[in-house]
Design a protein around this ligand. Structure first.
Ligand code: C2E
Ligand code: MG
Ligand code: MG
Length: 711
C-alpha cells in the first residue's frame, strides 16, 4: 500500500502538534498529581487533628473525672445531695460537657447537675450503663458524638457508686472543621502559587515550540518546499521560472545557489536545443516541426472568419542542380532561394506571414490577409504565389559565371474552408503543389478536393504500371526521322505508349516520371531496347532501301546508373542481330552531367561498342553550349521549343544557328525535333540541320503503320 504524499511542512506541523500535545499531557499529569497531594495532605491533617483533639479531651476528661470522683466521695458517703448537686452542676457548666451523672452502687441516678433532678432514682439504661456500673476503675468510651468517661466513687474497698461525664465532640468537630478549612485554604493558596510558574513554564515551552517551528519552517522547510516547487515546474517543462539566488552561507544556501545555476543552465540548454530543433541550419528559417507547432497553435486561437492561406512551394528540377552541380552548389542555391522568398514575403503587404523550410527544396508560407474573409486571403495568396513563381524563375547566378535556371510549383490551400487541422492543411498544400507540377510546373494551383482523387489515381497508376508490360498494354510507337536534304527516312525514334484499359492512351510524360520515381524504368528499359531492335530488324528486312535504318531509344538517368548497361545493350544487339550503329541512344543533359554516376565512362564504353549517342532536348538545360565540346556524343537534338519559335523569334533562330554551327565544327550530327510546319523544315534545311522529325514530317505510329509507311 502506498502512503499518501506528506510534505515536509505537514510533517513539521505534525511533529510540533505531537510535541505540544506531549507537553500538555505532562502538565496535566503534574496538575493532577498536585491536586492529589492536596487531598492527601488535607486528609492526613484531618486525622491528625482529630487524634489530637480526642487526646486533649480524653486527658482533660480523665483528670476531671478523677478529681470529681475524689470530691464526691464524702458527699456521696453522707448522702449530701446539696454538695453533690453543686459539684455536678459546676462540672456540667464546664465547656463541652454534655451531661453529668452521679449514681449509687446499683446504678440509680443520684444527681444530674440540674435543679429539679428529673432523672433521680432512674436506673441508667443506655448501652454503656451495665459496664460503667460494675466497673471498679475509670472507663473511657468513645462514641461517634460523645466521649463518655466514668469513675467509681470508693471509700477504701467499698464502692459507693460512680460518676459519669459525657463530653460532646460537636464543638471539637467544629474546631476541626474550621482548622481543616483553614488548612485547605492555605494548601490551596500554596498550590495556586505553584501553579502559576507551571503555567508560565508551559506557555514558555509552547512559545518556544512554536518559535522553533517557525524558525525551522522559515530557514529549512520553506526553502526546500520552494525548491521542490521549482523542480516540479522544471519537470513540467516551464524552464522560464526565476529562481532567486541565495546569499546564505550554509548548505541550504549552497543548495539554492546550485539549483539556481542548474535551472538557468537547463533553460539555456533548452533554448539552444529548441533553436537547433526548430530552425533549419542551412537557411536559418523555422523548420517543419516549428511550423507545425505554430500552425497548430494558430489554428486553435484563430476565429472562424479570420481565414489563412498556406502556400506550399516546391522548386522545379532542383534535384538536377544537386545531381549535376553537387550538393554544395545546391545548398548555395537554396540559401539564395530562401532569401528571395523571405524578401518577397516581407515586401508583400501581409499580416503575420510565416515562412519556413520544410526540408529539401520545399518551403511553406502561412499567409493572413489584411482584408477579412476567405476571398481576401485567397486573392492575397494568389498574388504572392504569382510573384514567387516569377521571382524564382529568375536564374540564380553562381560565382563562376554559371547560372542555374530553376522554377517553382506552388500549392495553395485555405483555412478554414479546405481543412480544419494543421496536418490536413499541409497535406492539402502538398497535393495542390503536386497538381501544379503535373500542370507543367512553374505555376500555382489552389487545392480542390478532386485533387486527392488524382493523387490516388497516381498511386493506382504506379501499381498498374508494374503489370502493364506483362499485360501487353505498353507498346512501341515510332516517329520517322528524315534526312533534311532529300526528306528520306533514315530511321525512327522509339516512343513508349501505354494503352490503358480505362484511361485510354497515357502519354509518356505522365507515366515515364512515375516509372523513374519507382525504379520501374530499370526493368522496363531493357525490354524497350530489345523490342526497338527487333522491330528495326523487321524494317531493315522489308526492303534493301531501308537496310541501314536506325532506331533511336530514349534512356533515363536511372538506366545509366546500372553499370551493366553496355553489356546488356551488347547482348541485345547480338541476340537481335542489329549492328551497333543501327541503335542510337538518346540521353538528356541531366544524365550526362550527373556526378553520381560515371556517365562519361559508360558513354565511352557504349560508343566503343559502336552504338551512337545523341543528346536529347538540347538547349533546355542549363549547361552552356561550350559543354558540348567535352561530351562524347555523336549528335544533338535541338529541343522542339526552339524549333516551334524559329520562324518568329530571332533569338531562337540565332541559338539554333549557333548549335548547328558548333555541331558542325565538332563534326557531330544535328537533329531538329518538333517540326510542325513546312516553313520550319525549310529554314532548318537551309541552316544546315542534318536530320529532322516532327508532326509535319510524320507522327509517332505503331509498328504496323510504320511498316506501311516504309512500303
Ligand atoms: P523526347 O525524347 O523529346 O520525344 C519527343 C517527343 O516529342 C515525343 O513525345 C513526341 O511524340 C513529341 N513530338 C514529336 N514531334 C512533335 C511535333 O511536331 N510537335 C510536338 N508538339 N511534339 C512532337 P512523347 O512520345 O509524348 O514522349 C515524351 C517524352 O517521353 C520523350 O521526349 C522522352 O523523353 C520520354 N520517353 C518516351 N518514350 C520513352 C522511353 O521508352 N524511355 C524513356 N526513358 N523515355 C521515354
Ligand atoms: Mg527523345
Ligand atoms: Mg526531345
Amino acid at each position: 500500500m502506498r502512503l499518501p504524499r506528506m510534505g515536509v511542512q505537514t510533517q513539521l506541523l505534525v511533529v510540533l502538534a505531537i510535541l505540544l500535545a506531549g507537553v500538555a499531557l505532562l502538565v496535566g499529569l503534574l496538575l493532577q498529581r498536585q491536586a492529589q497531594m492536596h487531598r492527601e495532605v488535607t486528609e492526613f491533617s484531618r486525622t491528625a487533628m482529630q487524634e489530637m483533639i480526642k487526646e486533649r479531651i480524653r486527658s482533660r476528661a480523665e483528670s476531671r473525672i478523677q478529681q470529681l470522683s475524689d470530691a464526691l466521695t464524702n458527699p456521696v458517703y453522707y448522702f449530701d445531695l446539696e454538695t453533690i448537686g453543686a459539684l455536678a452542676n459546676s462540672a456540667k457548666r464546664e465547656p463541652d460537657v454534655d451531661y453529668v451523672m452521679v449514681y449509687d452502687a446499683d446504678g440509680r441516678v443520684l444527681h444530674d447537675g440540674s435543679g429539679e433532678i428529673s432523672t433521680y432514682g432512674q436506673l441508667m439504661q443506655d448501652p454503656l450503663a451495665a459496664k460503667v456500673i460494675k466497673a471498679n476503675e475509670s472507663l473511657i468510651q468513645l462514641a461517634p458524638k460523645v466521649l463518655d468517661v466514668s469513675a467509681p466513687i470508693r471509700v477504701g474497698d467499698q464502692r459507693l457508686g460512680g460518676v459519669r461525664i459525657g463530653y460532646s465532640l460537636a464543638s471539637a468537630r467544629d474546631t476541626e472543621a474550621r482548622n481543616i478549612a483553614e488548612l485547605d485554604r492555605k494548601v490551596g493558596e500554596v498550590a495556586n502559587r505553584n501553579r502559576l510558574p507551571i503555567y508560565a513554564l508551559v506557555g514558555l515551552l509552547m512559545l518556544l515550540g512554536v518559535m522553533s517551528a517557525w524558525a525551522v519552517q522559515r530557514w529549512m522547510v520553506g526553502p526546500i518546499v520552494r525548491l521542490s516547487r521549482y523542480a516540479q515546474e522544471i519537470e513540467a517543462g516551464h524552464y522560464d521560472i526565476n529562481v532567486p539566488s541565495s546569499r546564505r552561507r550554509d548548505e541550504v544556501g549552497e543548495l539554492e545557489r546550485a539549483f539556481a545555476k542548474m535551472s538557468s543552465s537547463v533553460r539555456v540548454h533548452d533554448s539552444e536545443i529548441r533553436q537547433i530543433a526548430f530552425t533549419d541550419s542551412l537557411t536559418r528559417l523555422p523548420n517543419r516541426r516549428d511550423f507545425r507547432e505554430r500552425l497548430d497553435q494558430r489554428l486553435q486561437t484563430q476565429g472562424g472568419e479570420d481565414a489563412l492561406a498556406l502556400l506550399f512551394i516546391d522548386l522545379d528540377d532542383f534535384k538536377r542542380v544537386n545531381d549535376t552541380l553537387g550538393h554544395e552548389t545546391g545548398d548555395r542555391v537554396l540559401v539564395e532561394v530562401a532569401n528571395r522568398i523571405r524578401r518577397l514575403v516581407e515586401e508583400t503587404d501581409l499580416r503575420n506571414a510565416e515562412l519556413s523550410r520544410f526540408g529539401g527544396d520545399e518551403f511553406v508560407i502561412l499567409v493572413e490577409s489584411r482584408e477579412p474573409g476567405v476571398r481576401g486571403v485567397s486573392s492575397s495568396a494568389a498574388k504572392l504565389a504569382q510573384a514567387l513563381v516569377n521571382e524564382l524563375a529568375q536564374p540564380v547566378q553562381l560565382d563562376d559565371e554559371d547560372r542555374v535556371f530553376l522554377g517553382a510549383s506552388i500549392g495553395i490551400t485555405l483555412f478554414p474552408s479546405d481543412a480544419a487541422s494543421a496536418v490536413t492543411l499541409i497535406k492539402n498544400g502538398d497535393i495542390a503543389m503536386y497538381q501544379a507540377k503535373t500542370a507543367g510546373k512553374h505555376c500555382y494551383r489552389f487545392y480542390h478536393p478532386n485533387m486527392e482523387q488524382m493523387v490516388e489515381r497516381r498511386v493506382r497508376m504506379e501499381k498498374e504500371l508494374r503489370l502493364a508490360w506483362e499485360r501487353g498494354e505498353l507498346t512501341m510507337f515510332y516517329q520517322p526521322v528524315f534526312r533534311m536534304s532529300d526528306r528520306q527516312i533514315v530511321g525512327a525514334e522509339a516512343l513508349l505508349r501505354w494503352q490503358h484499359p480505362e484511361y485510354g492512351v497515357v502519354a509518356p510524360s505522365v507515366f515515364i516520371a512515375v516509372a523513374e520515381e519507382t525504379g520501374l524504368i530499370e526493368q522496363l528499359g531493357p525490354h524497350v531496347i530489345r523490342k526497338a531492335c527487333t522491330d528495326a530488324m523487321t524494317w531493315r528486312a522489308s526492303s534493301s532501301k531501308f537496310a541501314d535504318l536506325f532506331v533511336s531509344v530514349n534512356l533515363s538517368v536511372r538506366q545509366l546508373r546500372d553499370a551493366w548497361l553496355p553489356e546488356q545493350v551488347g547482348e541485345i544487339l547480338k541476340s537481335t542481330g542489329l549492328p551497333p550503329d543501327g541503335l542510337h541512344l538518346e540521353l538528356t543533359e541531366t544524365v550526362v552531367l550527373d556526378d553520381d554516376i560515371d556517365s562519361r565512362g559508360l558513354m565511352r564504353r557504349l560508343r566503343d561498342a559502336g552504338v551512337k549517342l545523341w543528346l536529347d532536348d538540347f538547349g533546355t538545360g542549363f549547361s552552356g553550349l561550350s559543354h558540348l565540346r567535352r561530351l562524347p556524343v555523336d549528335g544533338v537534338k535541338i529541343d522542339r521549343t526552339f524549333v516551334s519559335d524559329i520562324l518568329q523569334d530571332a533569338d531562337d533562330l540565332a541559338l539554333t544557328r549557333a548549335i548547328i554551327g558548333m555541331a558542325q565544327s565538332l563534326d557531330i550530327v544535328v537533329i531538329a525535333e518538333g517540326i510542325e510546319e513546312q516553313g520550319q523544315y525549310e529554314l532548318l534545311r537551309e541552316t544546315g540541320c542534318d536530320l529532322g522529325q516532327g508532326y509535319w514530317l510524320g507522327k509517332p505510329m505503331d509498328q504496323q503503320s510504320f511498316l506501311k509507311l516504309l512500303r
